[in-house]
Ligand binder design. Structure first.
Ligand code: 1YM
Length: 651
């Protein structure tokens, strides 16, 4: 407990004049309230949840330091949050620099946690969130911290964005140690919503448990006491179990999950991976428990290493002949599920969304660790090695075939106006922001849409029947598919890794399908295609789902459109009790004429469209796997559980 002694010593030094410091503190918190976006990104729903991550990060740090085994997060009645842990408890002694108890300092001074944390344990927060507990306090209506430590229970309460309402006091005796924080987000800051989403918190905490092996994380929703929700996540296998979880709905090619770990220059790296019989690549990377969506040096190091090792092994064991080309990064990624997790004391983030790891030393560290340990794995497991090499060689052959096929089609059709698909009825506006592309199920609905549309801004691309399930098909078949080719040419930004969202010809791509089972299947097939081959289109919020009405009710020759059963009931309740209402249930878009389709579904001033958003790409991947993959059982289960599954899709 050397750190503790150092801290107490520091605490005992004569407090300086602190009135002025006090003012500085309040100014600091006031700055957070003035510009919350600077600290938590947004005050919409993600920002609200950010408050939870911030407090949880401190508890996880305590777990990584080796003092805490259980973290509990509870959503209480009234949407307050309680986070508790069984660590050492935040120190309660006076800090010389501020003249205040350490716990008060942590909750009122920006970035204070890191400062006295130095030398104690492994501080991992401080990445993308890591703005510190004081930011949560600044953005809360009230916040209470209870500390069990040194035989006592201590409590402090803040109100109105971090003002001390009840100074720290000892309120009882305790045998145990730990920290319990409860807060209520300030509704004047979080104007959009102050309602927490259980699923969002649950999914993030599950991920935290995978990334921090051994920590037990309990999440509870006590808002409805008749229906308390609770999940516990605890993975001794850490990222290994994460890969198993991600592959649960796939068919792995072998049992083992390959695992590499190491520490170099204070940087901890862990990698887990397994191949499945699919074609998609599911490689996710993290730095300090934050998903680095844009990749970075840890991912580069990983890719370099596996490509190098696989090529070397394939040559040594004569799977590749001397004059065969090397297998490429893309070949080794096909069907690969992997988690790359690094913990770095001083991460640098780059990229558009600051989710790309930039520290250059990490490339080599990860590459060395993975290179050495993956190579050893292949040598020790020749049967599995053969399965991997066969898979990668197959991918390589398919890639070459696809390339040839592409080159053949490219000669016929370059991505320019001349090659726009014949079935596309384009619009006349030149401004992509104003242009909308309706992808319409069936030729007859396509016809109505063409006649009913606004020709200046709305283009129509009718689809014939079902499109290919890209989740199950090999790449070559994907590009041979006419419907897919039409969409790629129509949208105009290319596809796959080369997809360029700045080149797209429409800023709204609207999926318009029938309101029946086939329609929702086609919708999922299209979403899967966009998600796998034009992900930035989804990420930037350019994909929409049209909402055609389910019913047309006619009363005294006036038509009323209802988009769901509820609306129909409301309408019925508003009309006289014995009114003779003629109700027509639309089974397909084709049952509407041009005018009806325009009025109900396409007219921007009247229509309802659902924008497809991507809350959590990893969970969305899992759902796509389940809905579109080979295995039938999990899909049945999911659909039974979520009867209206399309609505519940987290994308
Ligand atoms: C529910 C949230 O904050 N737990 C927590 C925080 C700290 C400690 C233990 C802790 C850290 C250290 C020493 C150290 C923090 N302490 C500080 C500071 N849970 C939660 N549990 N003793 C206890 O880092 O050396 C900041 S966070 F700065 F006061 F030491």
């Amino acid at each position: 407990m050397e750190d503790e002694e150092k801290k107490i010593e520091e605490l005992e030094r004569a407090p300086e004049e602190y009135t002025e410091k006090n003012i500085q503190v309040l100014e600091g918190l006031e700055a957070v309230r003035k510009r919350p976006g600077m600290y938590i990104g947004t005050t919409a729903e993600p920002g609200l949840h950010h408050l939870v991550w911030e407090i949880v990060d401190n508890a996880i740090d305590e777990a990584l330091a080796g003092y805490c085994t259980v973290v509990t997060v509870t959503i209480n009645k009234g949407d307050t949050i309680t986070v508790s842990d069984n660590g050492r408890g935040i120190p309660v002694g006076i800090v010389a620099k501020t003249g205040k108890p350490a716990v008060e300092t942590v909750y009122t001074v920006l970035h204070a946690g890191g400062k006295f944390g130095e030398g104690g344990g492994y501080k991992v927060s401080g990445g993308l969130h890591g703005v510190g507990a004081s930011v949560v306090n600044a953005l809360s209506e009230w916040l209470e911290v209870v500390v069990h430590k040194d035989g006592g229970i201590f409590k402090i309460r803040f109100e109105n964005g971090g003002h001390v309402a009840k100074p720290l006091e000892r309120i009882g005796d305790a045998q145990d140690t730990g920290t319990i924080v409860t807060f209520k987000p300030d509704a004047t800051i979080f104007q959009e919503t102050t309602i927490f989403k259980y699923e969002t918190i649950r999914d993030r905490l599950r991920q935290m448990a995978f990334l921090n092996k051994g920590v037990r994380i309990v999440v509870r929703d006590e808002r409805d006491l008749d229906n308390v929700l609770e999940d516990t996540f605890h993975y001794e296998g850490g990222v290994k179990e994460y890969v198993k979880y991600l592959n649960a709905n796939k068919t792995p090619l072998f049992e083992d999950i390959i695992y590499c770990e190491g520490i170099d220059s204070g940087i901890v790296a862990e990698v887990a991976m397994q191949y499945n019989d699919g074609y998609a690549s599911n490689v996710y990377s993290f730095c300090n428990n934050i998903n680095t969506h844009e990749g970075g040096t840890h991912e580069e190091g990983f890719r370099m290493a596996i490509t190098r090792v696989i090529n070397a092994y394939a040559r040594q064991n004569k799977y590749l002949k001397d004059n065969d080309d090397n297998l490429t990064n893309d070949d080794v990624r096909e069907g690969l599920t992997a988690i790359i997790s690094v913990k770095h004391p001083n991460p640098q983030y780059e990229g558009q969304t600051k989710t790309k790891l930039g520290n250059s030393e990490v490339r080599k560290i990860v590459s060395n660790i993975v290179g050495e340990q993956f190579n050893r794995f292949l040598m020790e497991n020749p049967k599995t090695a053969k399965i991997i090499i066969d898979k990668v060689v197959l991918a390589s052959n398919a890639r070459l075939a696809a390339k040839n096929a592409r080159e053949a089609t490219r000669k016929k059709s370059v991505l320019d106006i001349a090659s726009l698909p014949g079935k596309l009825a384009d619009c006349s506006s030149k401004d992509p922001e104003k242009r909308e592309l309706f992808i319409v199920e069936g030729n007859s609905a396509g016809g109505s849409a063409k006649n009913g549309r606004d020709r200046e801004t709305q283009a129509i691309l009718p689809l014939r029947g079902k499109i290919l399930n890209v989740e199950k098909a090999q790449q070559k078949r994907v590009f041979d598919n006419a419907e897919i080719g039409n969409m790629i040419n129509g949208i105009g930004g290319g596809y796959g890794p080369d997809f360029d969202v700045t080149k797209i010809r429409y800023h709204k791509v609207v999926i318009m399908t029938d309101a029946d089972v086939d329609g929702s299947h086609i919708r999922i097939l299209l979403l899967t295609f966009f998600y796998r081959y034009m992900r930035p289109l989804v990420e930037n919020g350019y994909v929409y789902i049209a909402q055609p009405p389910l019913y047309r009710a006619t009363y005294r020759s006036r038509h009323y459109y209802c988009y769901n059963d509820e609306q129909l009931e409301v309408l019925k309740s508003k009309l006289p009790a014995n009114a003779r209402i003629d109700i027509q249930r639309y089974k397909g878009l084709g049952e509407m004429d041009d005018t009806q389709l325009w009025e109900t579904t396409m007219d921007p001033s009247a229509r309802k469209m659902m924008r497809v958003t991507l809350d959590d790409a990893i969970e969305a991947d899992l759902i796509f796997d389940m809905l579109m993959g080979e295995r039938v059982e999990p899909r049945k289960e999911f659909i039974n559980k979520h009867a209206k599954f399309v609505k519940n899709l987290d994308i």
